[in-house]
Design a protein around this ligand. Structure first.
Ligand code: THU
Length: 130
């Protein structure tokens, strides 16, 4: 597990490359793997707004496309007064790769942190049972 301050720094740094010409709302995510590697992600918007990819999904897809699928924690940073909270689509994607008990730390712009878990964010989530 990373310290609060280290995870905060990694998530904030990730937001620096956000492509947000439409919302001007940069978000960063830092996804820590079981062996301590960090994969970062930012939000990437599109003129067709619905195609926007959130920071959390970018971080997961970044890791999975590098061949890593075992995660320990994720930090999410928004330039907001209160800690940011992931959208429903990102919650579902997190459940695909992360155990329910995995910590999710949500950061405001000043580093206030709300600590939750994947399972708390999306209880009774869809799983492919076939
Ligand atoms: N966004 C994220 O990247 N993660 C979240 O947790 C919430 C929302 C992005 C999507 C869009 O680019 C911008 O924030 C405003 O909704």
């Amino acid at each position: 597990m990373l310290e609060d301050t280290e995870l905060f720094k990694q998530a904030r740094e990730a937001s620096a490359t956000a492509y947000v010409p439409y919302s001007n709302f940069p978000v960063g995510a830092a996804l820590v793997t079981k062996n301590g590697q960090v994969f970062q992600g930012c939000n990437i918007e599109n003129a067709s707004f619905g195609l926007t990819n959130c920071a959390e999904r970018t971080a997961i897809f970044n890791a999975v496309s590098s061949g890593v699928k075992t995660f320990e924690m994720i930090g999410i940073y928004g330039e907001t007064d209160e800690p940011i909270s992931p959208c429903g689509a990102c919650r579902q994607v997190l459940t695909e790769f992360c155990p329910d008990e995995m910590p999710v730390w949500l950061f405001s712009k000043t580093g206030d942190v709300k600590k939750t878990t994947v399972g708390e964010l999306l209880p009774y989530h869809f799983k492919n049972l076939t």
